[in-house]
Design a protein around this ligand. Structure first.
Ligand code: FE
Length: 351
């Protein structure tokens, strides 16, 4: 990030603080205007987030200000700018990235007994400074009119030569694919992971283009028969008013891979508490709000991700998909093996 964006971001923050101070003056309140704002650095791109921030604002009287970017960009800003970045929370769509942020020294421990009750231990590392907000599974979808039910049971099937020219997947540079392969490296070793990447790369129906939704649409249009995608994209397509997306999704069969061999790859979207947070207390309040059962149900209903709170109500669609066996979630392994995963993808010629 260059100096220009730093300056404009700092200016935006200053303006925000001034606005907050202006509002507070009438209501007779806090000595420090910064306490009125929770500043979120977010790599998420789902509309429901703002709705929840608005609900939190109404409940808490705090304002939530978002700065968007890729996790890489946002972590780089936190490293380079320190306190001047003005961020309270870093929100990412990958557990490994939150581990990276912790190791880069830009997070601080989260001390909240309520968060410990609301978020299962396997989905957080409060000592390192992050917690999960939602989970998502990386599944396989297929053209139900051309592919027999049961023909695909696991990720390994995608590398089988019988699917030559039939597999659709987004670019290997996507964090979602890097973490998928990193999980295979952790679970099965680098050699098997490399062989898988090579097998899938030689089965690709076309050079990767677009995100997960594009792969599902390409199956619908007959460009291939099977695709890798995150659950919530399928859920959003099914729930969308957009006729082609909804029609396409309705014609896809769904496989939660590896039910008898290690479980389906699951990742989190989560938040880290920034080391130099001007308003750590407000940030923790926001996290407590977002992981309470009501907000979790709303978040899940809006994004079609899975809630982390075990008692949050699931949208009907996710309830219909039923329970599935998941890979053990290991954010550290995703962080540790991401670079190697990227190298294996490059060697496999998966663009
Ligand atoms: Fe996404």
């Amino acid at each position: 990030m260059g100096k220009t964006s730093y300056t404009s971001a700092a200016l935006a923050l200053l303006l925000t603080a001034m606005l907050a101070a202006g509002c507070a003056a009438g209501g007779g309140a806090p000595s420090d205007a910064r306490q009125q704002v929770v500043h979120v650095f977010s790599a998420r791109h789902y509309g429901i987030d703002r709705e929840l921030y608005d609900a939190f604002e109404r409940e808490s009287g705090l304002r939530v200000v978002e700065t968007k970017g890729t996790a890489e960009e946002l972590i780089a800003r936190l490293r380079e700018e320190g306190a001047a970045a003005g961020a309270d929370l870093l929100i990412a769509v990958d557990g490994g990235v939150l581990v990276d942020a912790g190791e880069a020294g830009v997070l601080q421990p989260i001390d909240s007994p309520l968060l410990e009750r609301q978020v299962p231990g396997r989905l957080r590392d409060a000592d390192s400074g992050w917690i999960g907000l939602t989970t998502r599974a990386r599944i396989i979808v297929y053209a139900a009119d051309r592919v027999e039910e049961g023909a695909i049971a696991g990720y390994a099937d995608l590398a089988d030569p019988r699917w030559r020219g039939k597999v659709l997947a987004r670019s290997s540079t996507s964090l979602y694919n890097e973490s998928l392969l990193a999980s295979f490296i952790a679970g099965q070793g680098a050699d098997r992971a490399a062989a898988w990447a090579e097998g899938v790369a030689s089965n690709l129906a076309r050079p990767p283009e677009g995100g997960d939704r594009s792969q599902a649409l390409a199956v619908y249009r007959g460009e291939g028969d099977v695709a890798i995608m995150n659950t919530y994209y399928l859920g959003q397509m099914l729930a969308s008013g957009d006729s082609e997306e909804a029609r396409a999704a309705a014609l896809l069969g769904i496989v939660f891979p590896d039910q008898d061999s290690g479980g389906t790859h699951v990742n989190i979207s989560g938040a880290g508490l920034v080391r130099d947070a001007p308003n750590a207390e407000g940030a923790i309040r926001l996290l407590e709000f977002l992981t309470a059962p009501e907000a979790q149900a709303q978040l899940s209903g809006g994004s079609m991700e899975y809630p982390v709170h075990p008692e949050a109500e699931l949208p009907e669609l996710l309830a219909e998909w039923g329970e599935f066996d998941a890979q053990p979630f290991d954010a550290r392994a995703l962080s540790r093996y991401r670079q190697l995963a990227a190298e294996l993808f490059a060697r496999a010629d998966w663009p």
